[in-house]
Design a protein around this ligand. Structure first.
Ligand SMILES: Cc1cc2nc3c(=O)[nH]c(=O)nc-3n(C[C@H](O)[C@H](O)[C@H](O)COP(=O)(O)OP(=O)(O)OC[C@H]3O[C@@H](n4cnc5c(N)ncnc54)[C@H](O)[C@@H]3O)c2cc1C
Length: 534
């Protein structure tokens, strides 16, 4: 691993400066076990180091002061909301720098049911915002991540461009964001979209009363700055408030499920129904499925049968798709589910013969409809470690992608656990392999990275994109294949963050390193001795 020349460690003097800003109770620099404990939240990231120091601000003004200190001293700075994105909110360079832990900023600032948005601070957790709406605005639903634990934050997921419980209808999480308040690394505060217009009369500001317009139009004041911050993985600035669309929370709901004997039928039948859009697929808020391997890997490896024959006898189809349907009335629900069955069983099935409807038990339906659900958590049972990787693929190419992926996973000795979901009426697919592995064995980390490197090379050639790029694989390989985009993004990054202090390494941006393919040399390994020191 090479040493990064341009960053400094947090020293005692800087710690004192932080304490003056947020108070001594909210700065921690001398408690090694606690620093390590932040690492344990990154259950899905393969590489990370503990920070030198953790600071827990309570508002945007404190963040302005902290970033000025970090900028002056060239301290790597990593923002963390819930820390459950899989280790993406953890430092990656040898001197970990500052972890800006935002959980104290946990207010729901405003709910507007006419313009239909909620404004949240970064520490508002999915479970909290869901409970708040259930109690105070039950006719509206906030777009929390579909399968993330209740302790993940709604803002963290939006910045990540993740998939929410209504992604099948409304698109990726980033599409749900109407505006943001962002502290830039230079200490300025930017509001994106219509929210950027200041000097607005009080009665036009909404309940936030901050002097600015309402966040009702995301493209705002000219060319769009808004999108620069999505997928930025903490490398552009610190989002201190975000306005997210809320959607009607229809109370007539069900789940319709179909089983298939191959990936192509699962994907093609789903596309046929979803691209109807108006009146039918607009009610499919979440359309998701996968292969039978999703079932056994939720249990301990030693204690569970691993051949399909066993699961077939229990009625588990080899491949399946679930359609979660929301409607305003029973009549509307019946109309939609009837039409869905007609498309899949009467229009699609006669062509292939491989489709059957799965009759779900009411308990299965209720468990699927419960939000936030905890469906994804048990994958840690199989062998301690699990890692989600996520790709966006045109829906019509999904079957090809998952077949390639599953065979690669098997080649590297992993069970081919594969989950897919529709984004915006199957315009695209989110393809998510779940690597279940033994996190006590370094060789398994190496195998995952080797498998993912193979897949990335195959996928980039097919034009598929990773949406939560890993710093040593996806980000460098992707940017190397998009040199103009990389050059421009880097220039913009240098304008916004001249010393490149924000989460260096995370998105192939490190001060003084201009070739994205060199970035992995600077990222920490998994507790192996350093290979080389520059
Ligand atoms: C079991 C499990 C299931 C999951 N299921 C889903 C799912 O169904 N859908 C889905 O989309 N995701 C899912 N995830 C991934 C993840 O939990 C979500 O994306 C989550 O909402 C991220 O929020 P967080 O608060 O944990 O983000 P963090 O981990 O705190 O941060 C995410 C990224 O954003 C940056 N960041 C955080 N806060 C800020 C800020 N205020 N300003 C600037 N940058 C910031 C961080 O540096 C990091 O790079 C799942 C994760 C787990 C463990």
């Amino acid at each position: 691993m090479s040493k990064v020349p341009d960053y400094n460690k947090v020293n005692a003097k800087i710690v004192e400066e932080f304490k003056k800003v947020v108070g001594p109770d909210y700065v921690m620099a001398d408690n090694s076990p606690m620093m390590q404990s932040y690492m344990s939240r990154g259950i899905m990231g393969l590489r990370a180091v503990p920070p030198d120091c953790v600071v827990r601000p309570s508002n945007a003004k404190e963040i302005v002061e902290i970033l000025k200190i970090c900028n002056k001293n060239k301290i790597p700075t990593t923002p963390m909301a819930g820390g459950l994105s899989g280790g993406f909110a953890l430092p990656l360079l040898e001197n970990g720098g500052l972890l800006l832990e935002l959980s104290r900023m946990n207010k729901i600032i405003e709910v507007n049911t006419d313009a239909r948005y909620v404004i949240v601070e970064p520490g508002v957790r999915a479970g909290e915002v869901w409970a708040y709406f259930k109690k105070y605005s039950p006719e509206w639903a906030p777009p929390i991540a579909d399968g993330a634990p209740p302790a993940a934050t709604i803002m963290g997921d939006a910045i990540e461009r993740g998939f929410s419980l209504v992604t099948g209808r409304y698109g990726p999480q980033a599409d749900m964001v109407m505006g943001m308040e962002i502290v830039l690394p230079t200490g300025e505060i930017l509001h994106t979209g219509s929210w950027g217009l200041g000097g607005v009369d009080e009665q036009y500001q909404g309940a936030k009363k901050d002097g600015f317009a309402k966040p009702f139009y995301k493209y705002g004041l000219g060319p769009d700055l808004h999108s620069l911050f999505f997928g930025s993985q903490g490398a552009m600035g610190v989002v201190t408030r975000a306005a997210l669309k809320i959607v009607p929370h229809c109370h007539f709901k069900t789940v319709v499920a179909f089983g298939f004997t191959n990936w192509a039928d699962a994907c093609d039948a789903t596309l046929l129904a979803s691209k109807q859009e108006i009146g039918i697929a607009d009610h499919f808020v979440m359309v998701q499925g996968g292969n039978w391997w999703l079932v056994p890997t939720r249990f301990q490896k030693e204690k569970i049968p691993k051949t399909y024959d066993y699961w077939a006898k229990l009625g588990i189809p080899e491949y399946f798709m679930n359609f979660e349907v929301w409607a305003h009335s029973q009549e509307e629900l019946d109309l939609v589910t009837k039409k869905l069955r007609k498309i899949v069983l009467e229009e699609y099935k006669p062509k292939t013969g491989s489709v059957t409807e799965q009759k779900l038990h009411p308990i299965q339906i209720a468990s699927r409809l419960k939000k936030p659900n905890k469906i994804a958590i048990p994958y840690g049972q199989w062998e301690q470690g699990f890692l989600f990787i996520t790709w966006y693929v045109p829906w019509a190419e999904t079957a090809e992608c998952v077949e390639l992926y599953c065979s690669k996973m098997e080649e590297y000795g992993f069970p081919p656990v594969m989950w897919i979901a529709s984004i915006d009426h199957c315009r695209e697919c989110i393809v998510m392999p779940i690597f279940c592995f033994d996190s006590r064995k370094v060789e398994q980390f190496e195998q995952i990275e080797a498998c993912e490197t193979d897949c990335t090379k195959l996928f980039l050639k097919r034009g598929w994109v990773n949406y939560r790029p890993d710093p040593t694989i996806h980000a460098p390989l992707t940017y190397a294949a998009a040199p103009v985009a990389y050059k421009l993004l880097r220039k913009i990054k240098e304008v916004i963050d001249p010393n490149m202090i924000m989460h260096p390494g995370r998105l192939a941006w490190i001060k003084g390193v201009t070739d994205p393919l060199q970035i992995p040399n600077y990222i920490v390994g998994y507790k192996k001795p350093a290979k080389q020191e520059a």
